[in-house]
Design a protein around this ligand. Structure first.
Ligand code: DC
Length: 208
């Protein structure tokens, strides 16, 4: 059983996906980390971020077992990831690895931007998790401050808007809800409430 969770940055899809995976005993893959790991490998090796063949070569070697969320969550890695994510050859390499992961038993939860539309169009259940840019910026800001970091809310808001534009505007696999996705708008709903709604939908799909 495959559960697809898509949506823009900082909408809460990671938290939601982890809760779903824990609850049902499924494997979870944050596919954003595969783009981030590719970007980090390029940065670490001093390789360019604008050479599609080089980037695709690196993407083919990414080990899904070695993705460290803490290391990969750095802001500059996210920026670099969204640049290489526009390259079709990089996407082909990573999508192939993501599909292999998706076939694990007894089930998987994949979160990202194109899971319901491209990576796993036959997923049993699809969610599109979203929230207003203001609320997403505020959540990211609170998260950074909560970890003892420093941030300027306006800068984060600008970043969120730019990331949205890049993710939704690219030609290959732009961010958009699959036609059969369940929409979860977390602007006015806690992640807990979104999880309860998701659970009801998953339980109903499992009965079929
Ligand atoms: O969700 P994130 O911030 O970790 O994602 C990093 C970048 O990778 C983001 O700009 C969009 C891209 N990405 C993608 O293109 N497709 C996915 N399935 C997941 C992430």
């Amino acid at each position: 059983m495959i559960i697809a969770v898509d949506g823009p940055a900082a909408a809460g899809k990671g938290t939601l996906s982890r809760r779903i995976a824990e609850t049902y005993g499924f494997h979870h893959l944050d596919t954003g980390l595969t783009y981030r790991a590719t970007a980090k490998a390029l940065l670490d090796a001093g390789l360019p971020l604008d050479d599609e063949r080089v980037a695709a070569d690196v993407a083919l070697r990414i080990d899904l077992g070695g993705l460290d969320r803490d290391v990969l969550s750095a802001h500059d890695i996210g920026e670099a990831a969204s640049k290489i994510a526009v390259m079709p050859a990089v996407r082909r390499a990573l999508v192939e690895a993501q599909r292999q992961f998706a076939s694990r038993e007894p089930g998987t939860v994949l979160d990202g931007r194109d899971i319901g539309t491209i990576v796993c169009p036959d997923a049993k259940v699809k969610f599109y998790v979203t929230a207003s840019p203001e609320i997403r910026a505020r959540r990211r800001y609170d998260e950074i401050l909560g970890k003892g970091g420093e941030a300027v809310l306006e800068d984060i808001f600008d970043d969120v808007r730019k990331r949205d534009e890049r993710d939704m505007g690219r030609a290959d696999s732009p961010l958009r809800p699959a036609d059969d996705a369940h929409l979860l708008d977390t602007s006015e709903m806690s992640i807990e409430a979104a999880f309860m709604a998701a659970r009801g939908i998953i339980d109903a799909a499992m009965m079929k």
